[in-house]
Design a protein around this ligand. Structure first.
Ligand code: PMP
Length: 386
């Protein structure tokens, strides 16, 4: 399938990197593609960023049949722009679609469309250390009628947002409240899909935690409230007595791409590591025994973020990062690969300036530019970003 390109005739200046924050500014163009049961996926196009003009009867607004992804494009020192593990993100996007009863799409074409969009808005990829262009693909139901059932029409949309450095605040140790009342996802539920409902389910607990001065919550399993699952928008890792431990993928947590990357590096570096269920009591005990060496979260937003405190039933477990921490080692390795200062031996990095651009078909008509929007969001916190 070709992607029709309609350029914005009012391109806006890209934002000054020092004040980017997260998800507050959006680049000039967006990608759209429609699905109908008669035509399948069709009419792939890159057009000026603008309103989707939804009707109030749009199914997504009522029943939440929607999915999304989140990945980043990085500017290298030589000016080129690269994506990190886009195929893994595209495949997860397809798995989310399947879970939400949406029609599947070709991950290969999806990656091409991401590359084409980033290429068109490449001037929006910031170059200051730690900055990147965040891609936010979504699929929503596009039927305008009421009734709980899978839609017959869908809209795929991708927007991109230049995002700031996590060096300033994101890498500072976070305070996490262990949530023992609310739960995020249960076995057989939606937990492993990247769908709006999971984030809606997290809001109340996260707000309560914030009021108490915490950055985010650590979810426990929905059945026994004992087993550790994941942090708000990150997978969680512990180093206990020299062993790297993370909860297994059991359907209730997201199969994080950064989590996979950490596990792969741990394997190659010969670091003892386990994917196994672990209880919050085990962590409290390890802390009392002095064997809880590290706690960190992994996610696209801040890569690897240290946890400075876990608060469980009013007991504060504090973790102080030491010189030579595993967290720092993972962080440096992954950041090095993303920005091209370390070799990529895994094929994780993909350039945007490649044959994907063959899919573009430029239209002669200029699109209407969309007014600049300044963000009103809260300052960027690594743990807030899905
Ligand atoms: N868990 C949840 C719930 C998330 O939203 C995210 C962010 N996508 C992650 C984990 C980390 O996933 P990734 O490493 O793919 O960004």
């Amino acid at each position: 399938m070709k992607i029709r390109l309609t350029r914005s005739n009012q391109p806006r200046p890209s934002t000054n990197s020092s004040e980017l924050g997260f998800g507050r500014y959006f680049a000039d163009h967006m990608f759209l593609m429609d699905f109908s049961s008669e035509k399948g996926w069709h009419d792939a196009r890159i057009v000026p960023y603008g309103s989707l003009g939804l009707e109030p009867a749009n199914l997504t607004l009522h029943y939440g049949q929607s999915i999304f992804e989140g990945l980043k494009a990085y500017r290298w020192a030589d000016g080129s722009v690269k994506l990190f593990r886009p195929h893994d993100h595209a495949e997860r996007f397809v798995r989310s679609a399947r879970r939400l009863c949406m029609p599947e799409f070709d991950p290969e074409f999806i990656v091409d469309s991401w590359k084409a969009l980033v290429h068109i808005d490449r001037d929006w990829v910031p170059s200051q250390p730690g900055t990147s262009l965040y891609l936010r693909p979504t699929v929503i139901a596009a039927d305008n009628m009421l009734g709980v059932r899978p839609a017959a029409h869908y809209l795929m949309n991708v927007i991109t947002s230049p995002v700031g450095s996590y060096y300033s605040r994101g890498a500072s140790p976070t305070r996490i409240l262990v949530e023992n009342q609310y739960t995020r996802a249960s076995a057989g539920g939606l937990g492993e899909a990247k769908t709006a409902a999971n984030y809606a389910a997290s809001l109340l607990a996260a707000e309560r935690a914030k009021k108490l001065g915490f950055d985010q919550v650590l979810w426990l399993d929905a059945k026994e409230h004992r087993y550790v699952e994941e942090v708000g928008t990150m997978n969680i890792f512990f180093v206990i007595d020299g062993v790297l431990v993370t909860p297994p993928l059991g359907g209730t947590i997201l199969d994080g791409i950064t989590r996979r990357t950490v596990l792969q590096l741990a394997k190659e570096w010969g670091i003892p590591h386990e994917e196994r269920r672990l209880t919050i009591d085990e962590i409290v005990e390890a802390s009392h025994r002095g064997t809880l060496e590290e706690v960190f979260g992994s996610g696209t937003a801040a890569t690897i973020s240290p946890v400075g405190e876990l608060n469980y039933n009013d007991e504060a477990i504090t973790i102080t990062e030491k010189e030579g921490s595993l967290r720092k080692r993972f962080f440096d390795a992954i950041i090095g690969i993303c920005y091209g200062t370390q070799p990529d031996n895994h094929g994780w990095i993909e350039p945007v300036e490649d044959s994907a651009l063959d899919v573009l078909e430029e239209e002669l008509v200029d699109g209407a530019g969309f007014l600049n929007r300044s963000g009103h969001g809260e300052p960027f916190r690594a743990f807030d970003v899905p």
